[in-house]
Design a protein around this ligand. Structure first.
Ligand SMILES: NC(=O)c1ccc[n+]([C@@H]2O[C@H](COP(=O)([O-])OP(=O)(O)OC[C@H]3O[C@@H](n4cnc5c(N)ncnc54)[C@H](O)[C@@H]3O)[C@@H](O)[C@H]2O)c1
Length: 273
């Protein structure tokens, strides 16, 4: 896969993983469309990408609203002329014990983490099918293969869904010339925890926030920087890998549970040509 003069659309691209992948793709010669709800970070990202010399379009877009995502697709085609790469990446975490989660919490999580990905596919697929080419990369997580923490059950439910959806998309779309990957990182230093919703007693919320900050915001061994992750994503996309598993320790954990990512990758690559 070559990125020169490709147009890449990235949801949740104003921060963290999305922003780093946007920058890495721009440095590879792609033009970038960033969609996000955070306007000040959108503006920062716009300036950063502009400095690479590539074209950039920023769009205020809430992936939980289909009208916004349809508008994003239409604006991309009108301004950039095409959409070669779509990274469905916007995501949030709802953390708390199951009995404390309300239906509104579940709907918020699913509406962004799973339906947000589906909305992206729904809105952009007609353009890609017409072009006869494209690349869809969905950000799931290691939590899309295993339940890491019962307080994260709604997050894992969504991410399992994103992995399943991506498998189906790969099987259906690859023979039509549209590549699909699913990105499954472990821990990366981003703003995910600050953008999260916590439910429980005041003390539980305080503790969850504190632990989240320590786990995801303060640099430490094992916590990957988003720019390092972005380089791994670029390499994996160049090789058209289906499962982009960026953390070796995650592969080992999954292997111990009987899931061999390498075998799964081979199965998909061999079966759906
Ligand atoms: N950070 C990690 O350790 C980690 C690990 C595995 C998977 N992920 C996944 O990576 C993706 C990116 O998260 P991140 O870690 O970079 O976090 P982040 O909070 O730094 O970035 C997420 C971006 O999504 C945007 N966003 C949130 N809701 C949105 C909505 N409704 N519409 C549009 N944009 C919205 C936020 O404004 C933010 O800019 C998420 O899907 C997350 O679940 C993160």
């Amino acid at each position: 896969m070559e990125f020169k003069d490709k147009v890449a659309v990235i949801t949740g691209g104003a921060s963290g993983i999305g922003r780093s992948v946007a920058m890495a793709l721009a440095k590879e010669g792609a033009d970038i469309v960033i969609a996000d709800m955070n306007d000040s970070r959108l503006e920062e990202a716009r300036q950063q990408i502009q400095d690479t010399g590539r074209r950039v379009l920023t769009v205020h877009c809430d992936v939980s609203n289909y009208a916004d995502v349809e508008k994003l697709a239409a604006q991309t085609i009108a301004t950039m002329g095409k959409a070669d790469i779509l990274m469905n990446n916007a995501g949030v975490v709802v953390r708390g014990w199951l009995e404390n989660l309300s239906m509104a919490d579940w709907e918020w999580a699913i509406g962004i983490n799973l339906l947000g990905v589906i909305r992206g596919v729904q809105a952009f697929l007609p353009y890609m099918l017409k072009q006869g080419s494209g690349y869809i990369i969905n950000t799931a997580s290691g939590a899309g293969f295993l339940i890491t923490d019962p307080k994260n059950i709604s997050y894992s439910t969504c991410k399992f869904g994103v992995v399943g959806l991506s498998e189906g998309l790969f099987a259906y779309l690859r023979p039509k010339g549209i590549m699909v990957s699913v990105l499954c990182p472990a821990e990366v230093r981003t703003n995910l925890i600050s953008n999260s919703r916590y439910v429980g007693t005041e003390d539980e919320i305080k503790e969850m926030r504190q632990m989240g900050k320590m786990a995801y915001e303060i640099p430490r061994e094992g916590l990957m920087e988003p720019d390092e992750l972005a380089q791994k994503v670029i390499e994996a996309m160049k090789q058209k890998r289906f499962i982009i598993s960026t953390h070796e320790q995650l592969k080992d954990i999954l292997m111990n549970q009987g899931l061999d990512i390498q075998k799964l990758e081979k199965h998909f690559q061999d079966t759906y040509k």
